[in-house]
Design a protein around this ligand. Sequence first.
Ligand code: 5AD
Ligand code: SF4
Length: 479
Amino acid sequence: MLDKYKIYSFPDFKKARIKINAPFSRRNYQKGEDDLSLLKGKKVYIRTYGCQANIRDEEIMLGILKEFGMKETSKKEEADLVILNTCAVRENAEEKVYGEIGSLKPIKKLHPQMKIALCGCMALEPPIVEKILKTYPHIDFMFGTHDIAKLPIFLKRAFIDDEKFVDILSSSGEVVENLPSTRKEKFKAFVNIMYGCDKFCSYCIVPSTRGRERSRALRDVLKECEQLVKDGYLDITLLGQNVNAYGKDLKDGTNFALLLEEVAKTGVKRLRFITSHPFDFDDALIEVIAKYDNIMKYIHLPVQSGSSKVLKAMNRRYDREGYLSLVRKIKEKIPHVALSSDIIVGFPGESEEDFLDTLSLVEEVEYASLFTFIYSPRPFTPATIMQNQISDEIKHERFNRLSKTSEKIIERLSTAMVGKTYDVLIEEVSKKDPRFVSGYTEEFKLVHVEGDASLIGKIIKVKIIASHTYSLIGERVDG
Ligand code: 5AD
Ligand code: SF4
């Protein structure tokens, strides 16, 4: 099967992890000279797995495809092009993708003209690309996270030259601007401020799949945000694997606090950012968050573990005390702040005592929401070859205990919201009951309130009358 594919470039994990000290180049997106008019009216089905970075990549791919006249479909059976935009952060994310690849085989048999592409983080893993080449020949082409701007070239190869190919860069030395994009939502927008991650946490595959930290120029981010405000977007989230590292590679004194302040001044109603690394979270940033009413008092601040010993093995660059003192400072300077976190249970060497440290940290911080993960060994990451891997049984048992602890805290915090009034940005008619509409408070709490579709896209005042732990019921108090 291997010889059917043309290999333009094959991923290499070693290359992907190399630090780049040279400045990154910048260029504008080029649509290309090729006549791709045969794509007009053709349908694309994109299935995206994983984090916001992937969702944003989907929006950009859709933007590029729509420039060629392609239309989106939610039915894979009628698609001319299927794109699987994959995630590699945990093994179960990859298993889902294999399930989808399998389900496409009979469909492609019935529609042999259909092209199937695999992209995203899994494409950066050499063993996965090899497995797909050998086992799943119905995949037509593969490209990686650094190759999205080359989509027009890939479309020509696939649809005009009828080529099957692999074209996956392992690292990128550039930032591409002016990328087309079709945003999924009308009021909420995600804006990339930087790409990649240089933190190299010992469990994490992301530095290999998304490359080195590369910041967009402040003026480019600002231009995009100003346009979004003009277009009526109410809620902007600045995106990066580690937003606090923003600007370091620009070496011109730009930093995240500065950028956040400039974006806040655009007057956008709600400004958020994900994800912060506790290591780079400085006083200047806390001050900016406290100063601007339109910067939401909701901070996602992943701790990963409450044990200093485990944090050291994770290469997180802070210890339990350092994290807790940062949290105390944030709470003092930003009253009513809501904090959320990511935690991994069952990291190699995590003892019962270490896990109890995590539980007590969760109790102390009182997270308004918590994303809990079972440690999953990832290829080429240092943690995979660490001694003392934890059994699945213990991992699941700790996962359940942590979920219960977190649920009790969230229940407590949600109950305390009853009787108080909050601003809620209404996003949609409730999926469960069409007499209700649903939206989020500034602290990112889901609220259902009686009302109709005319409220969508409006920020209304809502008094909370009941709590269901993960969501709240409210009534309008502003007529
Ligand atoms: N196993 C389990 N969870 C992981 N994460 C990253 N890598 C792994 C892994 N190998 C979690 C971290 C990170 C979130 C996005 O995914 O908690 O913050
Ligand atoms: Fe992964 Fe750590 Fe980078 Fe987050 S900061 S993407 S967990 S390496």
